[in-house]
Design a protein around this ligand. Structure first.
Ligand code: SF4
Ligand code: SF4
Length: 400
């Protein structure tokens, strides 16, 4: 295993264990199987385990397994505040204490504001006293490092990043999402501030392994490298020194062993021009299925009406490169439920964006097409209801 440093100089394994999707047994987690996988990772040098309040049964499973194996003090636990459920200061303590109790510990090594999608969410937390709360918990040693996990656009990521003295952050990043969400710009901005970056969805929830088109698989096979799709995805990340930990949800001991092997071999800056050419061929094969040739360059932004043009096109494309439900899910997550609405229906057809698009995309027309596909009536109603609940009693609950 190789290690990279956090802000205090602690060694973190470059492979972290993502604990969102353990194998199920009945209605709960198959604890015996999870224990085998977690302990295989621990023995191979993994010392970073990422969970969250809302991952069903995960915190309690980790608490039980780490306690039984007496390894709590040798590993780092990252877990997350369900900030979207929090309305006041009392709730901060209630959720945090519940998490400590589930995890059978008196401290969290890396604590994240879960799933921020725009700066308004962070502002809301500040209003209920999160800054003072964090300071108290850090002083008491109950939280060692504070960070946030992020799913919005690059602009909002940078605003949140620059608004507080974070110890680390967590972003979705992989060779297909290089310019999506926080993206490469966000990664580099965090690294420039000396903030460690943990990577989630390194293989897009396994899609960069299980849903690769034949042409993409062929490009990998003909590369002269004996790497499988997962190894390509992980090596692309480890190649970047700005990446600190790559989180992988591993559902078998074999997968743990394979990923640990990659994490013991892959070094920053080791990919060759031929390797990058292979990955370009892979991306081209995936993108052949896309509906809009948007590269995510963001030259069209900002839209004066707040439309998230590249975000909408990315989700629209995901409907065709992965699945309709995945595209719509990502849309709800990254566009539909941000506090500042960013829907295509806000477009006033001014045409400003099209003047800047290097791909000459008829953005106005494609936005309407994408909106129709991403928000059929039941989804529209669902998103509206979720917004009304999340942003109740605010101007954001109005119909959009
Ligand atoms: S045409 Fe629509 S999407 Fe483009 S800048 Fe104008 S309002 Fe925004
Ligand atoms: S300028 Fe064109 S290619 Fe770039 S993000 Fe906007 S729509 Fe996509």
């Amino acid at each position: 295993m190789q290690y990279r440093k956090d802000r205090s100089g602690n060694n973190l394994s470059i492979l972290g264990f993502g604990c969102m999707r353990f194998t199920k047994k009945g209605s709960g987690i198959d604890i015996a199987k999870a224990e085998q996988e977690l302990m295989a990772a621990y023995r191979a040098g993994v010392n970073y385990f990422d969970t969250a309040y809302i991952y069903p049964g995960s915190e309690a499973a980790l608490g039980e397994i780490f306690e039984r194996n007496h390894i709590r003090e040798q590993i780092n636990i990252a877990t997350k505040l369900p900030q979207y459920l929090i309305g006041n200061r009392t709730a901060l303590d209630r959720y945090f204490q519940e998490e400590l109790s589930r995890l059978r510990t008196d401290h969290v090594d890396y604590y994240l504001m879960h799933h921020l999608t725009d700066v308004a969410m962070w502002e809301k937390l500040k209003k209920i006293g999160i800054l003072e709360w964090i300071q108290e918990k850090k002083q008491a040693g109950a939280i060692r490092n504070i960070g946030f996990s992020y799913h919005g656009n690059t602009d909002n990521f940078l605003k949140i990043l620059n608004d507080y003295d974070w110890d680390f952050c967590q972003i979705q990043y992989n060779y297909l999402d290089e310019v999506a969400q926080a993206g490469r710009d966000g990664l580099h901005a965090a690294a420039a501030k000396g903030i460690p970056v943990m990577i989630m969805e390194p293989l897009r929830g396994g899609k960069l392994v299980s849903m690769l088109p034949e042409q993409a698989k062929k490009a990998m096979q003909n590369s002269g490298r004996n790497w499988g799709p997962a190894e390509w995805g992980l090596r692309w990340l480890y190649n970047q020194p700005e990446v600190t930990v790559v989180l992988s949800g591993m559902n078998s001991v074999e997968m743990v062993e394979a990923n640990c092997r990659t994490a013991s071999e892959a070094t920053a800056g080791s990919l060759t021009p031929d390797d990058f050419a292979t990955l370009e061929a892979v991306k081209a094969a995936i993108r052949e299925r896309e509906k809009v040739g948007c590269t995510g360059c963001r030259y069209c932004m900002p839209c004066p009406k707040g439309v998230d043009i590249p975000g909408i096109f990315r989700c629209y494309n995901t409907m065709y490169t992965e699945s309709k439900s995945q595209g719509r899910f990502q849309f709800a997550q990254t566009v539909g439920l941000t506090r500042e609405p960013a829907f295509a229906s806000q477009c006033i057809r001014c045409g400003k964006c099209e003047q800047h698009c290097p791909q000459s995309i008829p953005i106005r027309e494609k936005l309407q097409e994408a909106d129709k596909a991403l928000r059929p009536l039941p989804y529209k109603i669902g998103i509206q209801a979720a917004r009304a609940f999340m942003f109740r009693k605010t101007r954001y609950s109005k119909r959009i």
